[in-house]
Design a protein around this ligand. Sequence first.
Ligand SMILES: *Cc1c(COP(=O)(O)O)cnc(C)c1O
Length: 455
Amino acid sequence: MSMKIPHRLYLSEDQMPKQWYSLRADMKDKPDPMLNPGTLEPIGEEDLYPVFCEKLAHQEFDDVTRYVDIPEEIQEFYKMYRPSPLIRAFNLEKALGTPAKIYYKFEGNNTSGSHKLNSAIAQAYYAKKQGLKGLTTETGAGQWGTALAEACAFYNIPLTVFMVRVSYDQKPFRKIVMQTFGADIFPSPSDTTNAGRAMLEANPNSSGSLGGAISEAIEKAVTTEGYRYVLGSVLNQVLLHQSIIGLESKIAMEMLDEYPDIIVGCAGGGSNLGGLIAPFMQDKLLGKASPRIIAVEPASCPSLTRGRYAYDFCDTAKITPLAKMYTLGSGFMPSQNHAGGLRYHGMSPILSKLYHDGFMEAVSVEQTKVFEAAAFFAKQETILPAPESAHAIRTAIDEALKCKETGETKTILFGLTGTGYFDMSAYGAYNEGTMTDYIPSDEDLAAGFAALPQV
Ligand SMILES: *Cc1c(COP(=O)(O)O)cnc(C)c1O
C-alpha cells in the first residue's frame, strides 16, 4: 500500500545512504582507460599522484568496487544540508494539464546553490587526510568554486580558484562569496601561469573556457609544493560521490511505491546526471528495469548529440591525460551569448560509454526555450532554478506534454541541480527579450574535431 503522497519527501537521517555506489562495477564493458598523451600507453593510479590526492586517484581507477563506505566525517557534513528533498511537482503537473507524475530531486539547499558540495566535501576531506598544504581548481559558472571554498573553509585548506573570465565579469557576487569563504580567485586566462599567458597572447580579449582554466589550475598545483588539483565534474570519482543523489532518490521513490519511467538530467561534465541515474542505471545494466534515461545539453555546446566519441585532452593547454569521451575538441569555446553553464567541451567517460552503448539518450535544447521553461517552472513551484537545471526542466516538461497527447501516466524524475540567484543578467536578458540562440554550424565544429589528437 502506498502512503498519501506528500509534496516534499525527506528521508530521516537514519535512512541516508552510508555508501556511495560505483556504476562502473556493474558495467560489463568498462570505459576505455586514460592514456599518457606522449606514449599513448594507459596510465596508472600512481601517475596521477603528482596532480591528485592519492585516495581520489585510487577512486578514479577502481572500476570493481561496487559500494564505497562514505567516511563518517563526510556523512556528518552531509547532514548539515542533506538529505535533499524529493518533490512531487503537483502544481507544475496541473499547469501543464498532464497525466504524467513529475518528481524532482532538489539539490539547491546549500550556499553553493548546487549539487557540487556533495563532491567538494569529499575531495577536501581526502586532501586534509593526506596533509596537503593547499588545493587549486577552476570554476565556470561559479558553483563548483563556491562549493569547494565552503569545503576548504571547513577543513582550513588554502584554495586558489581560476574562474572563467566571462563568469568572473558577469557574476561578480559569486567571486565575493568565494572570497568570503577564504578562497583566492583569478580570472582565467590570467597572467599568473604559462598556460594563461599563452592563451592571452593568442587572444588578449579571451573570455576564457573551462578547459583553459583547468590548464591553469593544474599548472599552479604541480608547481606549488604540497598542492594538488581537484575537479568538480567529469571524473569517475566525482560521479561516485554524486551517487548520493540517486541513492536517496531511489529510497524515497520506493517509500512512495514509485519507479521512474523516464529520468532526465542536465549534462555539463555529467556529474549530477551520473549521480542521479546511478542506482537506476544499475537496474538497467542488470536487466531488472528499463527506464528511459535522457541527458539534456545546450544546443550551443552539444558534446553528446554532435560531438565525436574519441580520445581527447581534458584541458585546453593539452597537459592532462587523454580520456575517451564525447567531445567537441579541447579548443572548443562556446559562443559569448551562451548564458547557462554546461559549457565544457567533453563529457564524463562513464556517461560517454553508456551513451555510446545505447543505455541512455541525449537531446539538445536552445537557451531561450530553456529560460521559458525556467520561468514557467518558477511560477508553479516557487523555486528559481539555475539555468543549467532548467535544461532538465525543459525536457521534463516536453516529456510530460507528450504524455498529455497520448494520455499515458508516466512517472518522470528529473534532477533540479540548483538555484539561479547569481544568473540575474541571463534572466534579465530573457525577460527583456534580448536573449538569442546560437547553434554552431558543422564548420564551427569541424575546427574542433580537426584538432583532436591522433590515437
Ligand atoms: C555544475 C552544475 C551543473 C553541471 O555539471 P554536471 O557535472 O554536468 O552535473 C548543473 N547544474 C548546476 C546547478 C551546476 O552547478
